[in-house]
Design a binder for this molecule. Structure first.
Ligand SMILES: [Zn+2]
Length: 466
């Protein structure tokens, strides 16, 4: 029985782990490497195994860094079955199709430039037809807590990870030559007390654990304080006669913000006539998928939804899919909340709304998520006085709010609590974290508690019977 790490090893993105047991080759996630210096090379490199030899791909959730290389896996010969929850299946389709469009556009752009220089063009990592073909390999949908036999000796059980809709940790039980092993893959773990999603389910005792460490070095601010900060920013801006611009992440954060807006209206803190624009076709599609999958919500919210009370249905909410509708929003000079992607302002419609509003001192830009180094969002958060948009220098005069308490990831204390349920694993493999930050700190914390832990290198293999 062997476990090897082909992504998110001593790094955050590209999650991909291979478990070989009882005659099966089981892949857990197949994500895209993102944001790092050699991400393109990493993505097009060999997987570290033969895709045609994989029997099952178990997908923990639909974030791009967990599902983004599935179309490439299929393109390179995968013929197995992809198993995941019903919500993840729908969200993964949305994410993979979007990624394929971006791959096609980016390479077409780069190829034109290369050809102008008399050089050969480049091929996308995968295209829309590859992503569509990947959908054919999605087989059984699983429900939480339901053990699924992969063969006579191996079973898999998905338990709720509370991270995004449909997200799961995966528990694999395998027996080989009369010896049994239980291995728990955390996937990405959510934070407790999320407004919409259930808390992560406690994992069972395990022989081995593979755990994410994204925020292994941090404790989150309280959610209540963050919600209060968001509502205050909206009220102040409305009173001053400006618009509120919120760069959004299509999956999860958008729906969470809609929930808090509706809740504030219900409590009488915000007016029910507040115009809210969700100007992101992908976020609109994701919101529709949320509405179809209340099974991942906290129980009281799930009951509300099933009784016909939609928690995302803000009274003044308008969905704008068409470009013309999006452009028309900028005729509104005050009182509107405009949510658009991308969350880090690296592309998408948000840049257009920033151009029209960020130079006005009566407006606000409210950041509700992570902003990586080098992105436009990071520059604005760090206090840039002028930003470049559509070839123009635009002054930053709007009030900038950075609200840090909304998070889809467990913090250090929550990770330790979660791991505490697994008893005393022989080894906890730490993955999906910054090598020098979250992962390093978590290694130290586990050492203090006398818990055996280890951060495997990329493509490293370990023997689980050793
Ligand atoms: Zn994730």
């Amino acid at each position: 029985m062997r476990l090897s790490f082909h992504g998110a090893a001593q790094g955050v993105t590209g999650s991909c782990h291979l478990l070989e047991c009882a005659g099966l080759r089981i892949l857990i996630d197949c994500g895209l490497f993102q944001g790092r210096r050699h991400a393109d090379e990493d993505n097009s490199d060999d997987f570290g195994f033969k895709p045609s030899e994989i029997d099952f791909l178990l997908l923990t959730h639909a974030h791009l860094d967990h599902c983004g290389r599935i179309p490439l896996l299929v393109k390179r010969g995968f013929k197995g079955e992809i198993i995941t929850t019903a919500a993840t299946r729908e969200l993964a389709k949305l994410i993979m199709m979007d990624s394929a469009h971006i791959q096609e556009e980016d390479t077409a752009h780069a190829s034109r430039r290369l050809r102008r220089q008399g050089r050969a063009g480049i091929e996308p990592l995968y295209d829309v037809s590859d992503a569509l073909r990947a959908l054919d390999y999605f087989g059984r949908n699983v429900s939480y807590d339901e053990a699924l036999a992969l063969n006579e000796q191996v079973s898999a059980c998905f338990i709720n990870a509370g991270h995004i809709l449909g997200s799961a940790s995966i528990v694999i039980e395998a027996s080989e030559n009369g010896q049994n092993r239980r291995i728990v893959f955390s996937g990405d773990l959510g934070n407790y007390g999320h407004a919409v999603l259930s808390d992560p389910a406690p994992p069972p005792d395990a022989d081995y654990v593979v755990m994410e460490t994204t925020y292994g070095d941090r404790l989150h601010r309280s959610l209540e304080a963050s919600v209060a900060e968001l509502i205050d920013a909206i009220k102040q801006t409305q009173a001053g006669g400006g618009n509120i611009i919120i760069p959004t992440f299509a999956l999860e954060r958008t729906q969470e913000i809609l929930f808090h807006l509706k809740d504030a209206i219900k409590r009488g803190e915000l007016s029910s006539s507040l115009p809210v624009f969700l100007d992101s076709p992908m976020a609109i599609s994701a919101t529709e998928i949320f509405r179809r999958h209340a099974e991942g919500f906290r129980p009281e919210l799930c009951n509300e939804m099933r009784a016909g009370r939609d928690p995302f249905n803000v009274p003044g909410l308008r969905f704008t899919r068409q470009v013309a509708e999006s452009i028309a929003i900028d005729n509104i000079s005050s009182g509107a909340i405009i949510m658009a992607g991308s969350g880090m302002c690296t592309g998408g419609r948000i840049r257009y709304h920033l151009k029209h509003n960020i130079w006005r001192s009566e407006c606000s830009v409210v950041f509700v998520g992570f902003a990586a180094e080098g992105t436009l969002a990071r520059k604005i958060i760090d206090g840039a006085k002028v930003i470049r948009l559509y070839g123009e220098d635009v002054r930053v005069k709007a009030r900038i709010h950075t609200i840090n308490g909304f998070s889809a990831h467990a913090d250090q204390r929550e990770l330790l609590d979660w791991l505490g349920h697994t008893g005393k694993p022989k080894t906890t493999f730490l993955v999906h974290g910054d090598k020098n930050k979250g992962m390093q700190t978590m290694l130290g914390e586990l050492k203090k508690r006398d818990i055996a832990a280890y951060s495997p290198a990329l493509h490293e293999t370990v023997d689980l019977f050793a």
